[in-house]
Design a protein around this ligand. Structure first.
Ligand SMILES: C[S@@+](CC[C@H](N)C(=O)[O-])C[C@H]1O[C@@H](n2cnc3c(N)ncnc32)[C@H](O)[C@@H]1O
Length: 234
């Protein structure tokens, strides 16, 4: 399934080239720091075991990798994958003391890895940015081992009208905050548009099933502002 907005030439790469050096700051500001607890809940749901291999796609500045290493007492291997070299450079700098991370410049739709080699696959606030959801999901399935687990943290659809109204009004402020902090509102207009155009919780479950995943489920966080989807390769 192609995503129309994300297929606009150089749009997504341009967005992250513009925001990379303020990315962590803006995440903290826009979510009031709550993104940290969403990411912790991803790792908590994963319950990673030691000596298991994670691929974190759309890794950005490496937040998931850091939490995974901490949860496994550094006894695990991680491939951090992202097409944006600037985001990867920041991640490398931030996590320079963690030796068990490999960084790879690549996209979710075409992962440069052999079949069936990872125990866990995670993608946090990344699937929405890909050009093709089905290709990204089929690549996730391909690189996971049998018995491997898939986790996707992403903005989703709010299940309460009152909260939805508050959130929609708050979303209008995000480009203004972006203009103030980063000096450009366009990347944050992309953010709010890409969130509103993204598939809902059940549509993502359908796509996961179409791409052979089993035991597909999701949990809403903060009334569906964000959802954590998970599944197994069996
Ligand atoms: C919102 S950031 C998320 C970063 C990190 N996972 C986090 O949760 O903070 C989205 C990331 O997706 C990356 N990205 C954009 N297009 C992608 C694609 N086709 N495949 C994989 N990652 C992509 C961007 O470069 C960016 O680093």
């Amino acid at each position: 399934m192609q995503q129309k907005l994300q297929n606009t030439k150089n749009l997504v790469s341009g967005v992250f080239n513009k925001v990379h050096d303020k990315y962590d700051l803006m995440n903290n500001l826009m979510s009031f720091g709550i993104h940290k607890s969403w990411k912790k809940r991803l790792i908590y749901s994963m319950q990673p075991r030691k000596n298991k291999k994670l691929i974190d796609v759309a890794c950005g500045t490496g937040d998931i990798a850091k939490l995974y290493i901490e949860a496994t007492s550094s006894k695990s291997k991680i491939e951090c994958v992202d097409p944006n070299t600037k985001m990867i450079s920041l991640g490398k700098r931030k996590l320079k003391n963690y030796k068990n991370i490999n960084w790879k410049v690549a996209s979710a739709e075409k992962l440069p890895f052999k079949d069936s080699i990872f125990d866990y696959y995670s993608i946090s606030f990344g699937l929405r940015n890909t050009k093709n959801l089905s290709k990204s999901l089929s690549e996730a399935y391909r690189v996971l081992k049998k018995g491997g687990r898939f986790f996707c943290l992403e903005f989703s659809k709010i299940d309460n009208d009152y909260l939805d109204l508050i959130y929609k009004n708050y979303s209008k402020l995000i480009p203004i905050i972006g203009e103030f902090v980063v000096g450009d509102k366009k990347p944050y207009e992309y953010l709010t548009k890409s969130i509103s155009e993204f598939v809902d919780q059940d549509e993502l479950i359908d796509l996961m099933k179409k791409n052979k995943f089993e035991k597909c489920k999701y949990n809403n966080f903060n009334g569906g502002v964000v959802a954590l989807h998970s599944a197994w390769k069996l």
